[in-house]
Design a protein around this ligand. Structure first.
Ligand code: G1P
Ligand code: ZN
Length: 543
């Protein structure tokens, strides 16, 4: 075994997006040195990495095994001190964040494309996290991209062919200790420190019934251990709990479209008290109660409102944040509780500084992401446990909690319409066109409502002072509705246009979201000339 320096040619497309480098699996698998180049570019911009600790793992999707070995070889080739690897290469995204923090690691590599489908024809990705446990900030990803475009060599250590990543323990590889760990233990201990497990155990002992759908992603082993072993939920509570390279052919994204069966069972038929699901790498969550779907925007607002019910947050919440397209439900709670409040661009990385500085304790996004300062990623199982905590503490149902919330604060009906695989030029053209007409659009009337404010969202990080512009266009109407639009930064095929629709009201709180938002959706389609520009009559995905 030895360390070698390998000559390579740079790629110009290794630009990390909203959440790491994400491409078709084929690109990672077939392009020579593609993984090694990217990992080396990351290490090159991180400063001195000799002796540093890194955390490595992923959601077990197709190609992850090979990518893991190749990443490990480059880490050892750069003489890092220690690589903490999840057994069998598995690690959920929030667990990596937890372990980076607990073990004071310099960073982590997460081999996942999150909620995107896997398999040879699906997607693959590498997310890079830094020492605070969170995703690499914009300033670093820019440098990674620049470095990747000029990279001419990487360092690599030969791995022994019999290296067994299923067996716990330490192996030495040149200057590097490879430590294979149980990916669940630290993370489960951390959650047990935040919530009252005894109270939740009593809830299950009293006959409360839930289902957790892991969608064959990485959360299966976590949920089995935490829900079934530590909290005493009946065996079988966790469904599709074995991680599979192709997610069993599913789209591992927890929302109304991709979890239709569970929604039918719990919301439509009311056959369980509670249900939840997480995405491939475990950072997203969907919450369902008997007869009711909890929109992620409402979930965030309810958790913030009732944070005192959880021991880890009692008396401790002073600030909250949400991403720009997330509904204003959180704003109302922040105002009532006098929490500091921040509105950030889309993407978890923008919460990092605020969490580090203690300016916020809870934050979230409409895209089924909720989290807190316990780690620096959104955390799916954490949100599930927080809801179990609220249910245990209040003795109420999910529906009762939500109704009470709306009675107090009013309701923000929210929905997101995605138009996928659009011609990228046409999609960019739509944004450029509207951006050029923002001032002229103010005062115009669309399907009975007057557009009162049109803006191009820009953000200045209150701590670093870093500025980002053009994060999305936002239109406010005089019927208390809003339309936000932006292009996805995580898609791998064509462009995805996201239309975020919302409307606030205090009346008819039980009205269906589709019905309330129908006029807003029609307005958004007209404003964007969806049919003329893209030849589409309706969205591909509604969440
Ligand atoms: C999407 C979501 C965003 C989330 C990201 C990673 O990004 O919209 O909220 O942080 O996935 O999970 P997008 O594809 O919209 O850029
Ligand atoms: Zn994810």
């Amino acid at each position: 075994m030895a360390i070698r320096t390998v000559a390579t040619t740079p790629y110009d497309d290794q630009k990390p997006g909203t959440s790491g480098l994400r491409k078709k699996t084929r690109i990672f698998a077939e392009r020579p040195h593609y993984v090694e180049n990217f990992v080396q570019a990351v290490l090159d911009v991180m400063g001195e990495v000799r002796g540093a600790t890194f955390v490595l793992g992923g959601d077990g999707r197709h190609f992850a095994d090979e990518a893991l070995r190749r990443t490990l070889a480059v880490l050892a080739g750069n003489r890092v001190g220690r690589v903490i690897v999840g057994a069998r290469g598995l690690f959920s995204t929030p667990a990596v964040s937890c372990v980076i923090r607990r073990r004071r690691a310099r960073g982590g590599f997460l081999l996942t494309a999150s909620h995107n489908p896997g398999g040879p024809d699906g997607d693959f990705g590498i997310k890079v996290n830094v020492a605070n446990g969170g995703p690499a900030p914009e300033s670093l990803t820019r440098r990674i991209h620049a470095r990747s475009r000029e990279l001419r060599r990487y360092h690599v250590a030969d791995l022994p062919p019999d290296l067994d990543l299923a067996r716990l323990g330490e192996v030495r590889l040149e200057a590097t200790v490879v430590e294979v760990v149980d990916p669940v233990a630290d993370y489960a201990d951390m959650l047990e420190g935040l919530f009252d497990f005894a109270a939740i155990r009593r809830l299950f002992a009293g006959g409360f019934r839930m289902a957790f759908d892991a969608l064959h992603g990485v959360t299966g082993p976590y949920a089995r251990h935490i829900l079934e072993e530590r909290l005493g939920a009946p065996a079988g509570t966790v469904r599709r709990g074995d991680p599979r390279p192709d997610f069993g052919g599913l789209h591992p994204d927890p929302n109304l479209t991709w979890c239709r069966g569970l929604v039918q069972e719990v919301v439509a038929e009311g056959r369980l008290d509670f249900a939840a699901a997480c995405d491939g790498d475990g950072d997203r969550n969907m919450i369902l109660g008997r007869g009711i779907f909890v929109s992620p925007c409402d979930s965030l607002a309810v958790l913030a409102d009732r944070a005192d019910d959880a021991p880890g947050y009692r008396g401790r919440v002073r600030g909250v944040a949400r991403s720009m397209p997330t509904s204003r439900a959180l704003d109302r709670v922040a105002q009532a509780h006098r929490f500091a409040f921040f509105e950030t661009p889309t993407g978890w990385k923008f919460f990092g500084d605020l969490l580090d500085a203690g300016l916020i304790q809870l934050c979230g996004e409409e895209s089924f992401g909720t989290g807190s300062d316990h780690v620096r990623e959104k955390d799916g199982l954490w949100a599930v446990l927080f809801w179990l905590q609220l249910l245990a503490a209040s003795g109420e149902s999910v529906a009762a909690i939500l109704h009470r919330h709306w009675q107090r604060y009013g309701r923000d009906w929210f929905s997101r319409h995605d138009y996928e695989r659009l011609d990228p030029e046409a999609a960019a053209g739509l944004l450029a066109d509207l951006r050029g007409r923002l001032a002229a659009l103010e005062g115009t009337v669309w399907h009975g409502a007057r557009l009162v404010q049109a803006e191009d969202f820009a953000y200045r990080d209150p701590l670093s002072g870093e500025e980002v512009a053009h994060q999305g266009l936002r239109f406010r109407f005089d019927d208390d509705s809003r339309i936000t639009l932006r292009l996805s930064g995580t898609g791998t095929e064509g462009a995805t246009l996201r239309l975020y629709l919302e409307r606030y009201g205090r009346e008819g709180l039980m009205r269906d979201v589709g019905e309330v938002l129908a006029p807003v959706a029609a307005r958004a389609r007209a404003l964007c000339e969806i049919e003329r520009r893209f030849g589409r009559r309706g969205p591909d995905v509604v969440t």
